[in-house]
Write a protein that binds this ligand. Structure first.
Ligand code: FMN
Length: 429
């Protein structure tokens, strides 16, 4: 069964997983930013905020922090912990920087490359697209200095949304009113859409979830895989601009938006769907494929033997046959082999050693290994993984241990590692 993935609206598809850095300057329209943060997060974006000193006079750091769900950044001179490099890091870790409301003052400082606070230091250090939502009194907006600044910023590649013509806080009316929140959201989507994602031009095949192997029409062999990690990876690859086909075993997870999802039940069906999904640049096998299936699934329900007095437990012996190995099959050298094949290993002990053995045995390039113990991993929203990458020749694999993080964050980090390893934009053969 195929579906195109229709969860959420167009904004949700464009904003899901995107990292937005919002600079809130000292204008009366700053209050609208609280709603902007809420809308962006509702659409799946991650929002970090910088408040200028004047901005903090209009909205409190507490309100901003609460709505953004993370600490608000306020001052370059507070060199504690990570804020020491905040002006560099904040821009690097964003997909877009939005300045709203943009005061006449911050526009002037941006125009001249002034970096006298965290907001402007970050703006001059950021190599990401910048969107400005100006808001000010009409005379400030129409002042030749502001007009010059706007023209200069546009020439430097900065995008603008608004301002609109309408009632202003001072009781006057005219151009200078900040664009409304839906207009700013739409402008953010437009700017992001114009940026190619790090996996643009690449085709990715992802498997996810368990397989169900029928024993008879009502029973099956399966496992506890929830599909959360595989689905998160498919969504993250799509967010990064890849063309994604997701082959999913039976799970409660919704088909990610923007992803072609093929639903299957058995390992044999999963393999067939994967082969149909080729050629692909990258294959990520996150599904927990059942190693065995019933050798002779029955057409009718297997009946329990009748118990009579004196009869013991008759038991039932189920003969199993080995299932196709999808990861090994996709890893087999040949013209259809994806350039990067990534497997998953759920281990109950010796995670690193077992994952290294699996990497060698399957012929794949990377393994993401996690420890399955005391019910952890399956169904959890978090994951603790090791990334093993094939060494040169017979060399030992490289091993990275990632901190415990959400499955969405594991997916985002994996996408980053893939983007570093494979240049995007290469056409699939
Ligand atoms: C009540 C009040 C409202 C203001 N509203 C605006 C405004 O809407 N737009 C603007 O450009 N400046 C406005 N200002 C002036 C800015 O707050 C001032 O230029 C400040 O230095 C801006 O700092 P920032 O750009 O670092 O946030 C306002 C000032 C006050 C006292």
């Amino acid at each position: 069964m195929r579906d195109a993935g229709s969860e959420g609206g167009a904004d949700a598809v464009a904003l899901r997983g995107r990292r937005i850095l919002l600079v809130i300057a000292g204008g009366i329209a700053a209050y609208k930013c609280l709603d902007l943060i809420r809308r962006l997060r509702e659409n799946g974006a991650h929002v970090r905020c910088i408040l200028t000193a004047a901005g903090a006079a209009f909205v409190t750091p507490l309100s901003v922090e609460t709505l953004a769900g993370q600490a608000v950044y306020t001052d370059t001179l507070a060199l504690t912990g990570e804020s020491e490099i905040a002006h560099i890091k904040l821009g690097q870790e964003a997909d877009i920087v939005v300045v709203a409301p943009a005061t006449a003052d911050i526009m002037a400082r941006m125009t001249h490359g002034i970096a006298d606070d965290l907001a402007t230091s970050t703006l001059i250090a950021a190599d990401k697209p910048v969107l400005v939502a100006s808001a000010m009194n009409t005379r400030m907006w129409q002042h030749p200095a502001t007009e010059r600044n706007r023209a200069r910023l546009e020439a430097d590649g900065v995008s603008f949304v608004g301002p609109n013509d309408g009632p202003l806080a001072e009781g006057e009316s005219g151009p200078g009113r900040m664009a409304e929140v839906p207009e700013i959201v739409a402008a953010i989507v437009d700017v992001l859409d114009a940026q190619p994602g790090p996996l643009a031009g690449l085709r990715v095949l992802v498997t996810s979830g368990p397989t169900y192997e029928p024993i008879d029409p009502v029973r099956f062999l399966g496992n506890r895989s929830s599909g959360k990690q595989g689905h998160a990876i498919a969504a993250a690859c799509a967010d990064a601009g890849a063309d994604v086909v997701l082959v999913s075993g039976p799970t409660a997870e919704a088909a990610p938006a923007g992803v072609e999802t093929v639903r299957v039940e058995t390992a044999a069906e999963m393999l067939a769907a994967c082969e149909e999904g080729l050629p692909a640049d990258i294959a990520i096998c996150a599904a927990a494929v059942s190693d065995w299936r019933a050798a002779a699934p029955q057409d009718q329900k297997i009946k329990k033997p009748r118990r009579g007095k004196g009869r013991g437990d008759a038991g039932l012996t189920l003969e199993l046959a080995e299932n196709p190995d999808i990861l090994a099959t996709l890893s087999t050298p040949g013209p259809k082999r994806p350039r990067l094949v990534i497997g998953f290993a759920a281990e109950t002990e010796d995670v690193e050693a077992n994952a290294a053995a699996k990497l060698a045995a399957k012929g794949c390039d990377w393994i993401l290994a996690n420890k399955v113990a005391e019910g952890a991993v399956f169904g959890d929203d978090e994951n603790l993984v090791h990334l093993l990458t094939r060494g040169a020749g017979d060399g030992a694999p490289g091993v990275e241990q990632w901190l415990r993080m959400s499955k969405a964050e594991v997916a985002a980090r994996l996408v980053q590692r893939i983007a570093d390893a494979l240049p995007s934009g290469t056409e699939t053969a």
